[in-house]
Design a protein around this ligand. Structure first.
Ligand SMILES: Nc1ncnc2c1ncn2[C@@H]1O[C@H](COP(=O)(O)OP(=O)(O)OP(=O)(O)O)[C@@H](O)[C@H]1O
Ligand SMILES: [Mg+2]
Length: 278
């Protein structure tokens, strides 16, 4: 089966010399929903920006990233972008039209769809995110949560096969978060979700990948990774409350030493159910 997302030894350094990604490799199968976790500055957003070719600044003839088997190269970048819907971490990077309706319509109108199909997609997407009636509003006058909803509507209206979401619940009120989770469950696309909302990840993503310092430090079942307090604390995360009453004694492994001083890899057995990294 061709992976929906395939990344092979992706490294990236910003023009100012900051090394943001180091030899990152993983694959995601079609239909998977995967959480991308890690402390501030660990490289999550940088990684996501590579999935539709926003980074590197000048895509070359080769790429470490493949989407549905297509390398994200200069010649294939447009075809890749038709497959990938990217929700930016900062809504102000995404919203640029004069009205919300135009913004939501921007993606689908790039797909060569008939205007009535675009209009229908826009209407449905805006209803799904709770922004029915906001079509004529100016995006930059919306509240933060409304902006995030407008961006999400734009991505949903595009109906991508790969959905890449950077901090999708940040700024949403509790009802908005609940509705967002329901929405995400309904969408059949492959999903990669970078977030600090660990409860969201436990509820929606069977698998998680943890980045730290631009490297993958763990990749495996979410409940096992997030249920391990030492692993979480070692990488600036925490065991979410939703797992406090579970007893995940399943084996785990990670790269690097936990800050508590416990032995790295303690608890690992010969029957690891997720990838040992490094
Ligand atoms: N435009 C840029 N120029 C230089 N360095 C950058 C740039 N954008 C990000 N970085 C650096 O790259 C590293 C990774 O940043 P990135 O934004 O990918 O982290 P993140 O995991 O998404 O963090 P957060 O959880 O805060 O969103 C950090 O050290 C950051 O300071
Ligand atoms: Mg980020």
């Amino acid at each position: 089966m061709i992976p929906a997302i395939e990344i092979s030894r992706l490294s990236y350094r910003y023009p100012d010399g900051t090394e943001a990604l180091r030899e990152v490799s993983f694959t995601i199968a079609p239909g998977e929903c995967v959480g991308l976790l890690g402390p501030n500055g660990s490289g999550k957003s940088t990684l996501l920006l590579h999935l539709n070719g926003i980074l590197p600044e000048k895509p070359g003839a080769e790429s470490a990233v493949r989407i549905n088997g297509m390398a994200v190269t200069a010649t294939q970048i447009e075809a890749v972008r038709r497959q990938v819907g990217l929700l930016f971490q900062d809504p102000d990077d995404q919203l640029f039209c004069a009205t919300v309706a135009e913004d939501v319509a921007f993606g689908p109108s790039q797909l060569g769809l008939a205007s009535d199909v675009v209009a229908a997609r826009v209407r449905v997407a805006m209803e799904r995110v709770g922004l029915a009636g906001y079509g004529r509003r100016t995006p930059h006058h919306l509240s933060q949560g409304e902006k995030r909803r407008a961006c999400l509507a734009g991505v949903l209206a595009y109906e991508p096969s790969v959905l890449v979401l950077d901090e999708p619940t940040s700024g949403l009120d509790p009802r908005g978060r609940r509705e967002f989770k329901r929405l995400l469950r309904e969408v059949s696309a492959t999903k990669l979700v970078a977030t600090h909302d660990l409860e969201l990840v436990v509820e929606l993503c069977p698998r998680s990948i943890v980045l730290d310092g631009g490297r993958i430090v763990a990749d495996g079942p979410t409940v096992e990774l997030l249920g391990n307090e030492e692993l979480m604390l070692a990488h600036g995360l925490e065991r979410p409350h939703i797992l406090q009453h579970r007893h995940p004694h399943a084996p785990f492994a990670w790269k690097g030493r936990p800050s508590s001083g416990a032995e790295a890899g303690s608890g690992a057995t010969g029957s690891e159910s997720f990838r040992r990294v490094g």
